[in-house]
Design a protein around this ligand. Structure first.
Ligand SMILES: [Zn+2]
Length: 453
C-alpha cells in the first residue's frame, strides 16, 4: 500500500536550498524510523441512498424502527444533524456530492448532461492517489462512471415494481471485489430503493402497515399513483397518506438490513477496522409539508436536508454535531481522512475542524435549482425569489415567511450575501463547460422512465 505523503518522501525527498531545513528534519526522522512502516490508507465505502430524508432515520430522531443498522453506525461515528444538499433533485445534487462543486459551476442540471472533464470527481481523485475504485449504482452510467475501475450501472426498470431487486447481488459483488483488492479501495453503492414508487417486499411492508386496509393497497405499484394524488385527481385520507409513508419506511428498513449485512461482513473479514463507512443522500422527499407527496425538486428543508453519517479510522466515535454542513463537504472530508490533497476545484471544506472543535460556527448553506436559490445562515433561510425569509427556529417546516417590516435588515443582509455568492459562482462558471451527451441506450432508458419525451 502507498501513502501519498510519507511514501513519496521516502523515495524522493525534497531538494534545493530552500528545502534544506525540511530535509534535515526528514532525514533525522527517517534515521529514527528506518523509513518504515508506511501508514495504511483507509478503505472507503460510501452508501448513497437516493431520496432519503435525514429525519426518517432513527439516529435523526424518527420514532419508527426504519434504520437500526445505520443508527448503530452513527453511534460508533459522527452524525451531522443539519446537513444540506446543494440541489433538490438527482443530477445536480449527485454531481455536487461527487465533485464538491455547486451546480451553477458544474452545470449538470438534467439527466444525461455530462460533467466538464476538467472538474475532477471523487473516485477519479482517489484512483489517481493509489486507490482501487468500484461503483454499483443506479445512477446513469456514462455520467457517473468517471474514475471507477469498475462501474456497474444497475439500470433496472425501477419505476415499475420492486425498485432495486438486485441489491443483494450488488452487495455480494461488492464483497467479492473488496476481497480481491491489494490496494486501499473506494467502494460506492447507490440505490433508488426509497425513491417513489414505494414498493417494499411484503415482509418489510408487514412491519410498517399497521391495520391499514384502504384503497391504496392495490395501487401502491402504480407509477401514476402519486401524480394522481398530487394533482387532486385522486382524493386521499390521512390514513392513506400514513400508509404511503409507511411503505417508504418499509423500503428503508430493507436497505438498512442490506447495509447491515454488508457491515457485518466487513467486520468478520477483518477489513472493518481500516474502513471508513459513509452514508449520504442527494435529497429528501416531500410528505405533505407543502402540498405534495413523494415530490422533490424543491428547496424546502424536507427535500434538501440529507443525512451524513461517517464512522471509521480518524473519525470521532458517537458524536452528533449541530453545526450546519453541506454535501459538498463530504468529499473533502474523505480526502482529508485518506491523506489525499484536495483539488483546487473543490468548493466545500473538510468537516474535521468541526469535529475537533476548532470550527464552532455553522457553515453557510447555499442550495439551488435552475430558477430558485436559497441561503441558510444560522436560524434564517432566505428564498431569493420573492425575497421570503423563514425563521427555522420558530417555523422549522417553513410554513409562513416572517413579516417583512420587522425583519427588513435581516432580509437585506441575506439578499446582499446571496447575490455576492451567486456573482462569485457565476464568475467561476465562466471557466467550466456545460455539455449534453446522451447515448442511444441512455435515451431509451430515460424515455422509459418518463424523464425525456
Ligand atoms: Zn435523487
Amino acid at each position: 500500500m502507498t501513502n501519498r505523503s510519507i511514501g513519496l518522501w521516502c523515495s524522493r525527498p525534497p531538494y534545493g536550498a530552500r528545502h534544506r531545513a525540511a530535509l534535515v528534519v526528514i532525514l533525522v526522522t527517517l534515521a529514527a524510523t528506518g523509513c518504515a512502516p508506511e501508514p495504511v490508507s483507509p478503505n472507503i465505502v460510501m452508501f448513497d441512498l437516493d431520496t432519503l430524508r435525514a429525519d426518517h432515520l432513527g439516529a435523526y430522531g424518527y420514532p419508527a424502527p426504519t434504520s437500526p443498522r445505520l443508527d448503530a453506525l452513527a453511534s460508533r461515528g459522527i452524525l451531522m444533524r443539519y446537513n444540506y444538499a446543494q440541489a433538490g433533485w438527482t443530477p445536480p445534487s449527485q454531481t455536487s456530492l461527487m465533485t464538491s462543486v455547486y451546480p451553477t459551476v458544474h452545470k449538470v442540471r438534467s439527466q444525461g448532461q455530462m460533467l466538464d472533464p476538467s472538474i475532477p470527481m471523487l473516485a477519479e481523485i482517489l484512483r489517481e492517489n493509489g486507490y482501487a475504485t468500484a461503483g454499483h449504482s443506479q445512477l446513469m452510467g456514462d455520467s457517473f462512471a468517471r474514475g471507477f475501475d469498475e462501474y456497474v450501472w444497475r439500470k433496472g426498470e425501477w419505476m415499475d415494481g420492486p425498485i432495486d431487486p438486485d441489491m443483494p447481488a450488488a452487495m455480494q459483488s461488492m464483497r467479492d471485489w473488496a476481497t480481491e483488492q491489494t490496494k486501499p479501495f473506494f467502494l460506492f453503492f447507490h440505490s433508488f430503493q426509497v425513491h417513489v414508487p414505494y414498493a417494499p417486499l411484503p415482509e418489510y411492508a408487514a412491519r410498517f402497515i399497521g391495520d391499514y386496509d384502504g384503497p391504496l393497497l392495490d395501487r401502491i405499484l402504480n407509477r401514476d399513483l402519486l401524480a394522481e394524488i398530487n394533482s387532486g385527481q385522486l382524493e386521499v385520507t390521512p390514513e392513506d397518506v400514513a400508509y404511503l409513508i409507511a411503505m417508504c419506511n418499509a423500503e428503508l428498513a430493507y436497505v438498512d438490513e442490506q447495509i447491515g449485512q454488508f457491515l457485518d461482513w466487513l467486520d468478520s473479514s477483518g477489513l472493518g477496522e481500516n474502513t471508513i463507512v459513509v452514508l449520504v443522500s442527494d435529497h429528501g422527499d416531500e410528505f405533505g409539508e407543502h402540498g405534495a407527496l413523494g415530490r422533490h425538486g424543491t428547496l424546502y428543508n424536507e427535500v434538501i436536508r440529507t443525512p451524513v453519517i461517517m464512522a471509521g479510522p480518524g473519525i470521532p466515535e458517537g458524536r452528533v454535531f449541530d453545526q450546519m454542513s453541506r454535501n459538498i463537504d463530504v468529499a473533502p472530508t474523505l480526502l482529508s481522512l485518506a491523506g489525499v490533497p484536495v483539488p483546487e476545484s473543490f468548493q466545500g471544506a473538510s468537516l474535521r475542524p468541526i469535529w475537533d472543535g476548532t470550527e464552532t460556527e455553522g457553515r453557510e448553506v447555499f442550495s439551488e435549482l435552475a430558477k430558485a436559490q436559497v441561503l441558510i445562515r444560522g436560524r434564517y433561510k432566505f428564498v431569493l425569489k420573492g425575497r421570503h425569509l423563514f425563521d427555522l427556529q420558530e417555523d422549522p417546516t417553513e410554513q409562513n415567511a416572517v413579516r417583512r417590516g420587522a425583519h427588513r435588515d435581516k432580509i437585506r443582509e441575506m439578499e446582499t450575501r446571496i447575490e455576492a455568492l451567486m456573482m462569485e459562482l457565476n464568475e467561476r462558471a465562466e471557466y467550466t463547460e456545460g455539455s449534453v451527451f446522451l447515448s442511444d441506450e441512455e435515451m431509451r432508458q430515460l424515455r422509459a422512465l418518463g424523464y425525456v419525451r
